[in-house]
Design a protein around this ligand. Structure first.
Ligand code: SAH
Length: 619
């Protein structure tokens, strides 16, 4: 699921560049400064390898303003360049702010971005793309609400214009008429503006204004094929290009209908939803009002009303309700392009994100992406502090405890159509919020909560971080047990400890002890010691992945329980776990065995064999 980001990263490599970066940031809402850690340690985000960071941002579709030599950006990104229509904007700014050069994605926002930065820094942006400089228009980057139907023809069309050929305008478009392109009615080249399907040719560029709203209604569970088929037939019968559509619109009870989203995706559009009262207000303008629909959803029409609601007061039905067996659609037209994002609301999204144990290096790119693209962040204050601030994100910081409040707030915000990230440490499904999200959804009476898209974005759990720092103690069967008896009765915890001891599992102990709760730890260790030798290795991992990390290896006999607190995770070895050369590991039993040729039951079958490097091991 690749999402292009609309974020901008200001990448700065030197102290001297920081002041320029800060001026840029204050002029770009939501932009963050990414600093080269050894030289700019107090940036919003830090990195250690320039090439890795630039390539990562670029691959994630993040716009880049590099406060550095243009050559650094060019050399670093050269090998990644492929399709200019997919790639983010890249702008180079001189360290002292004396030059602004849009390098890549000129017509994907880089020119505009460079002009804004140029204004802020009081230098002219070095715009080098042809159309802008000659005619004050970018034909491959039409204004919002317009689409170029045949972008592949753009280059040769432009080359001919630059060589002096003339073009004519077939249709109406104010932005083209306002440009400095000189239209001649007998020219060989044509710029066509139309609502109808048209693929153009080598002499013709085709533009569609997105001024049509597609309204849809359907029964629950309808197939995507039926809905897409209905829409395709309807568009063809009305002689309308799908590129003339601005969005797919429906009533909010359909916000979680997979076919509606599949339809929107197949059209490359957003799906937006109106509530029944908004749609009901349009009843006088419906061609086919229906009492049956009113009884079911609370408004007299869905597809016609949603299309009209999107097309606005000056809109009108172009195609009245048409039907397939289980779906309906209608199309309304507006006099000018429709901005779908400002109409109704999106289906909400709640991503439950795991930050990993601490260091951003142990955070997955997917988690970073979910955080960056969220409009609202919800979480325990301490975890939110681990996420760089962004001016256009709303933060909802909670105190310890308040778990149910946190989850309910996240669900309610998503139900309003927001993109919400609920932030957890480690993995969000391990003693964290993800399970509570599903629990709250199951008992909730808010039908709207259930219509949001819920995504769980995995993270590196404390257990994985601790194990990696110590060696490979989880190399054979293991289990995790939380010693917190706030929600689980101690008798149950002890029963599980006994079973783990009997089963000779390596045991990761989460929530081992707090200031007040200490007896459980002593008891847990007794239970495990009853089946293990006193010299069984124990990993005491405190604050792994953070600056104050300490990972020590001791034994059941020598463990200093007073060193264990809520920031600690313990890994108690099985009878097989050993310490060798400073590493703790639990063997899988290869020694003395023939290597099995098939090897299908281990990670040799799936791993490309790379060795990840960690946060740095402290012994
Ligand atoms: N979801 C988290 C666990 C939350 S429960 C995860 O997957 O890691 C909280 C417990 O996790 C703490 O009491 C501690 O035992 C452990 N823990 C969380 N972060 C840790 C860290 N950085 N170092 C060591 N233990 C940690």
């Amino acid at each position: 699921m690749k999402r292009m980001s609309d974020a901008t990263a200001i990448v700065v490599l030197t102290r001297q560049g920081l002041a320029t970066a800060e001026r840029i940031r204050s002029n770009l809402a939501g932009a963050r400064i990414h600093g080269y850690a050894p030289r700019v340690p107090d940036a919003d985000a830090r990195f250690n390898e320039v090439g890795v960071e630039l390539r990562r941002l670029f691959a994630e579709g993040v716009g880049i303003v590099g406060v550095c030599a243009a050559g650094i950006l060019v050399r670093t990104l050269a090998s990644l360049l492929s399709d200019k229509r997919e790639e983010p904007a890249v702008v180079a700014v001189a360290e002292d702010g004396s030059a602004v050069v849009p390098l890549l994605g000129g017509h994907r926002g880089a020119n505009e971005l460079a002009c804004r930065l140029g204004e802020a820094l009081r230098v002219p942006a070095a715009i080098t793309t042809a159309g802008e400089t000659r005619w004050n228009v970018a034909l491959d980057d039409p204004p919002a609400g317009w689409v170029l139907a045949n972008p592949r023809r753009y280059k040769s069309f432009m080359a001919r214009l630059l060589a002096g050929e003339r073009c004519r305008l077939d249709g109406e478009a104010e932005w083209l008429e306002r440009s400095e392109l000189e239209f001649k009615s007998d020219a060989a080249l044509t710029v066509r503006v139309t609502d109808a399907p048209a693929i153009g040719d080598e002499d013709t560029l085709v533009f569609h204004p997105r001024r049509f709203a597609l309204g849809v209604g359907c029964e629950r569970g309808i197939s995507e094929i039926e809905l897409v088929g209905l829409v395709e037939r309807t568009l063809a019968d009305a002689d309308l290009s799908p590129l003339s559509l601005a969005g797919v619109f429906s009533v909010d009870v359909k916000a979680d209908e997979p076919a509606v989203h599949a339809l929107a995706e197949s059209l490359g559009l957003s799906a937006r939803f109106f509530d029944p009262p908004t749609l009901e207000a349009l009843t006088p303008r419906l061609a086919n009002p229906s009492d049956a629909v009113f009884r079911e959803v609370g408004c007299h029409g869905v597809s016609e009303a949603a299309a009209l609601a999107a097309a606005g007061d000056r809109g009108a039905l172009r195609v009245a309700k048409t039907k397939s067996r289980r779906a309906t659609c209608a199309i309304a037209e507006a006099p000018s392009p429709i901005d779908a994002m400002r109409l109704g609301r999106a289906r909400g999204e709640l991503t439950v994100v795991g930050l990993g144990p601490g260091t951003p290096g142990w955070r997955t790119p997917a988690a970073d992406q979910a955080i960056r693209s969220a409009t609202h962040l919800v979480g325990y204050r301490g975890y939110l502090d681990m996420v760089p601030a962004s001016a256009d994100q709303v933060r909802h910081a909670h105190s310890l405890g308040e778990e149910t409040e946190r989850v309910d707030q996240a669900l309610a915000l998503a139900a309003e159509g927001h993109r919400v990230a609920l932030i957890c440490s480690g993995d969000p499904g391990v003693y964290a919020m993800a399970a509570l999200v599903f629990e709250r959804l199951e008992v909730s009476e808010h039908a709207r909560w259930k219509r949001s898209e819920i995504v769980v974005s995995p993270g590196v759990s404390a257990m994985h971080g601790a194990a990696a720092m110590a060696g490979a103690p989880l190399g054979h069967d293991f289990c995790a047990i939380s010693l917190s008896d706030l929600l689980t009765p101690w008798t149950v915890i002890e029963q599980r400890l006994r079973a783990a001891a009997d089963g000779d599992f390596v045991v990761a102990l989460y929530n081992p002890a707090s200031n007040r709760r200490r007896r459980g730890l002593a008891r847990a260790l007794d239970v495990l010691a009853s089946k293990r030798r006193p010299d069984t290795p124990v990993v005491v991992a405190r604050a792994v992945g953070r600056d104050e990390q300490s990972v020590t290896v001791t034994s059941l006999r020598d463990l200093d329980q007073s060193s264990v607190d809520m920031m600690t995770l313990l890994i108690v070895g099985s009878t097989e776990t050993r310490v060798s050369g400073g590493f703790v590991y639990t063997p899988r039993g290869y020694r003395g065995k023939r290597t099995r040729a098939e090897g299908a039951d281990d990670d040799r079958a799936s791993s490309p064999g790379s060795r990840a490097t960690g946060h740095g091991r402290s012994k």
